[in-house]
Design a protein around this ligand. Structure first.
Ligand code: ADP
Ligand code: MG
Length: 240
């Protein structure tokens, strides 16, 4: 599980995370909603050790992410992360893009990595795109490739940061369907999203971030149906 204890993070004078407490259990789907600049992306990058923290701690399966001596490369293999924009290697095929990290980082044989890549690409519905170059695919297909690439590392956790925000509206659904599929398979996931309908349907719990504070966390029925926090009420009213 992922344990986040009183985590503080500042960029210069700006305190971006003001003491976040949160535990994500194995198999749980947590979505994070909140306005721009509320600290959502920063929390994800702190969880996988891309960013340092200024206080508190984050423990993933017993490993303190920011402790001296923590092997961040080893830790990051557990934490697949997919961002809004995926920079595929344009000169490599979809299959080669997905095989790259398992070969380079995990030291898998090409045959082993290829078998896994084919499996994951098929899983996200791209089994017929193996030999295609990324530029020939839609944004939705590229995001599904990014998800397959993360899954090829056999992560225990998946972190998704607004993976549909850069997509044309008609392509959002196919990517959300892929996330729904992963959730139904029991993947432990933290999804930062603006898709309220998706958050309502897929989440075990939804967390609302506001100005670096986790202002409310609750199961979706409660959070959307009977929000308590005043800023959450305002936020939800503005998203309809
Ligand atoms: P969100 O994902 O909720 O929109 P972020 O976590 O990206 O918010 O950012 C929170 C705040 O931290 C914003 O004010 C943003 O400008 C600032 N910030 C994020 N990353 C950096 C950085 N690397 N350096 C300086 N400021 C940053
Ligand atoms: Mg963000």
């Amino acid at each position: 599980m992922i344990e986040i204890e009183n985590v503080r993070k500042s960029f210069g004078q700006l305190e971006v995370l003001k003491g976040i407490n949160l535990t994500v259990e194995k198999g749980e789907v947590l979505t994070i909603i909140g306005g721009s600049g509320s600290g959502k992306s920063t929390l994800l990058t702190c969880i996988n050790g891309l960013e340092t923290i200024d206080g508190g701690r984050i423990v993933v399966d017993g490993t303190d992410v920011h402790a001296k001596g923590t092997d961040l490369n080893k830790l990051r293999r557990k934490l697949g992360i997919v961002f809004q924009q995926f920079n595929a290697f344009p000169h490599l095929t979809v299959l080669e893009n997905v095989m790259l990290a398992p070969v380079k980082v995990l030291g898998q044989s090409k045959a082993e990595a290829e078998a896994m890549a084919v499996r994951q690409l098929t899983h996200v519905g791209l089994g017929d795109k193996l030999k295609v170059y990324p530029s020939r695919m839609s944004g939705g297909q590229q995001q599904r490739m990014a998800i397959a690439r993360a899954l090829a590392m056999s992560p225990a956790y998946m972190l998704f940061d607004e993976v549909t925000s850069a997509l044309d509206p008609q392509l959002v659904g196919e990517v959300l369907d892929t996330l729904r599929m992963l959730a139904s398979e029991g993947m432990t996931m933290i999804c930062v999203t603006h898709e309220m309908k998706f958050a309502r349907e897929v989440s075990d719990r939804v967390a609302f971030f506001h100005k670096g504070v986790m202002a409310e966390i609750a199961p979706p029925e409660a959070l959307f149906g009977a929000p308590k926090d005043a800023d959450l009420k305002t936020f939800l009213a503005a998203t309809h």
